[in-house]
Design a protein around this ligand. Sequence first.
Ligand code: UT7
Length: 332
Amino acid sequence: MSAPFGRGVRIAGTGRAVPACVLTNKELEKIVDTSDEWIAQRTGIRARHKANDSETVFSLGRDALLKALERSGVKADELDMIIVASVSGEMICPSTAARISEAVGAGEAAVFDLAAACSGFLYGMNMADTMIRCGRAEKIAVIGVEVLTRLVDWGDRSVSIIFGDGAGAAVFVADADPKKGCQYQEMHGDGRLWRTLYHPRLDRDVPAGDEANPIRLGHLRMHGREIYKFAVTRFQEAIRDALERTGLSVGDVQHYICHQSNQRIIESAIEKLKLPAERVYINIDRYGNTSAASIPICLDELFEAGRIESGKPIILVAFGAGVTWASCVWNT
Ligand code: UT7
């Protein structure tokens, strides 16, 4: 879908918040039957942040938004909407967005949580662009935040080694130039594949056929290899489609910001599509897979480092549980 309306959208500011505690692969070796070498080779991960008891989806999301607001010059009570993308919130009711709204003083902004797993921030970003572009809103905050280390069974080495905690946020505002913001977006899902990654709380949540697996209730269950194969194909297709539909060549794009799920998935896209590797942002080595927080943390690091040039396109791509996937070509 290309940009149809008469005005554009700008990222006014970004922010991130991560737990102070860093858990390295070497430290993980003491609690899980794994090795630094295996994790680094198979995933690219060297360390991840891990929340302590007082760090929550609410507190990390709030802190990321406060930084984004400060950098954007937008006051909390000017926001029309706060979207929190997360699958690990402490409470289902009310939304984490509602509690964050109170904490930052966002008055009567619309608030809701969005459960699209690792694609959540990009779903939210695409929706924010569309809402603002068509004139239904002026200023929207999107937060991607997860504390997945609380949902993993540390004994399940195929799951516990990949996830990390953190939050990233961005404030989107209207811009007179329609060429600013999202020029192309896709959002998709395939519910037939939900069983590849899920979080069963009760026996009845466990799908037929998966009962024999040693699932501990209350912990994430992931069929990593299946997701891996799906992700490799979808990642490449999503980037190729985004380039073709916007008429961009691989070299026109200033940054490729991909969900940081496994470095090998990103590298396969670099190789297949001949992307300039130095323009494909990678920070999975320091954060692990932070699901909905992964893309906004990348964005914030790039903005903070002054590496986002105005007037040049960025391609963002994500996939995750559901399964879901999304992409966006964003003109800065
Ligand atoms: O964010 C969106 C959702 N999730 C993902 O994107 C994850 C996508 N999947 C992956 O990234 C990979 O599938 C994993 C990193 C999770 C697993 O890597 P893999 O190369 O697919 O490993 P595997 O599960 O096929 O296991 C291969 C071998 C097995 O040993 P045997 O049976 O060949 O002897 C496992 O027992 O590696 C073993 N293994 C490990 N060894 C050391 C699995 N996990 C570990 C581990 N440390 N942590």
